[in-house]
Design a protein around this ligand. Structure first.
Ligand SMILES: Nc1ncnc2c1ncn2[C@@H]1O[C@H](COP(=O)(O)OP(=O)(O)O)[C@@H](O)[C@H]1O
Ligand SMILES: [Mg+2]
Length: 351
């Protein structure tokens, strides 16, 4: 197949997206596809569209070229006529059999891109626009999961309009976690142990976004469960060496200890996988996704968020979970393409 691996863009997670995209592109090439790496924000390096999917291709060289453009982003963004899609980008996507979304964060993961591709009849991997939008918004995620019976930390959403620093009336006690509604990679996530820290956390969070989620702090272990085509992968445990699983810990190999399959009892594993699948359905995820959980000392499990475009480097969490089942990284990439194409098979109708 001819496959465009879409990466880069203007989100704070541009760099990790380029890393994921490069690895995915190489893996798909290994599987025999004519995959190319494309920065959603540029694309003007593809001059000869007739030969856009060459037989020989160096993904790392393409990635190096994409990184050279990092410095041009701010000036390009200053141009009010600049679209999210760079020159040739939708044309190239349309020429492909499918677009592999290796984007992370904001536009790319929040459903807007998915809706834009739907309208252009461009096929892409992963969840559609509704599930992407729900999973990107931590407030809506909480509501949907709760309604489906998937346990979440107690909490509430606050906007600048209902700004209020009193926690007792909201039924919470310290410590609490304050997170921006649509952030990612632990940017805009704060722990507050008292009123003073809470006010500071709200101030910092509202400086980033107009909506924040406040929830009880769950003291315990952290896990993640990938779901592919409605089926849960083995559970992985992430034990940070730091108190907080932050941006640095996430992308610094060795800064967190990751164990897969996680050391849980058979019953705990079964329950967490079941909650992951229920959460996947409740949030309208499609093809694949990754749900993150906390488990307290009493064994209570809480889903804290869903990621519709989880990290896709060979050492990322979901690829590690697949490997525990004997699925190599290239085979995983192939599988994600395969299950995503199912969405586009003729819709079944009751006869
Ligand atoms: N309610 C909570 N209790 C304890 N720790 C939490 C809670 N919510 C988030 N965290 C910690 O903060 C990290 C980032 O929060 P998360 O909701 O996953 O946002 P992000 O989208 O930034 O990854 C989590 O991986 C977890 O370690
Ligand atoms: Mg997270």
């Amino acid at each position: 197949m001819n496959i465009v691996v879409l990466c880069g863009g203007v989100s704070t997670e541009r760099e990790i997206s380029i890393v994921s995209g490069t690895q995915v592109c190489m893996a798909l090439r290994e599987q025999g596809h004519r995959a190319i790496l494309l920065d959603v924000f540029f694309g003007d390096e593809y001059v000869n569209l007739m030969d856009a999917f060459p037989e020989d291709y160096d993904a790392e060289q393409a990635a190096a070229f994409i990184r050279q453009r990092d410095a041009q982003i701010n000036s390009a963004l200053a141009n009010p006529n600049r679209s999210f899609f760079g020159a040739n980008v939708t044309k190239l996507c349309k020429m492909a059999d499918i677009v592999f979304l290796a984007l992370h964060g904001e536009n790319g993961e929040n459903g807007k891109l998915q809706a834009a591709l739907d309208l252009r009849r461009i096929r892409y991997t992963g969840t559609g626009y509704i599930g992407s939008a729900l999973a990107m918004d931590k407030g809506l995620t909480k509501i949907m999961l709760k309604a489906a019976g998937v346990p979440v930390p107690n909490g509430f959403t606050m906007t600048l309009n209902d700004y209020d620093t009193d926690l007792t009336s909201r039924g919470l006690v310290y410590p609490v976690v304050v997170k921006v509604c649509c952030g990612g990679s632990s940017v805009g996530v704060y722990i507050a142990h008292n009123g003073q820290e809470y006010e500071k956390a709200l101030k910092d969070a509202f400086a980033i976004e107009n909506e924040v989620v406040v929830e009880e702090y769950i003291c315990g272990r952290e896990f993640s469960v990938g779901v592919i085509d409605g089926e849960a992968l083995p559970v992985i445990e992430i034990a940070p060496l730091d108190v907080f699983y932050d941006y640095r810990t996430k992308y610094t190999p060795g800064a967190a200890i990751e164990t897969c399959p996680a050391k849980l009892t058979g019953e705990e594993t079964r329950r967490m996988k079941q909650l992951a699948v229920e959460g996947y359905r409740a949030l309208c995820l499609d093809a694949y996704g990754r749900l993150d959980f906390l488990m307290d000392q009493d064994g209570n499990m809480y889903c804290i968020e869903a990621n519709t475009l989880p990290g896709m480097t060979p050492t990322s969490l979901m690829p590690q979970e697949a490997r525990a089942l004997g699925i190599s990284f290239p085979a995983l990439c192939e599988k994600l393409v395969e299950v995503s194409l199912k969405k586009y098979a003729k819709e079944k109708r009751l006869s």
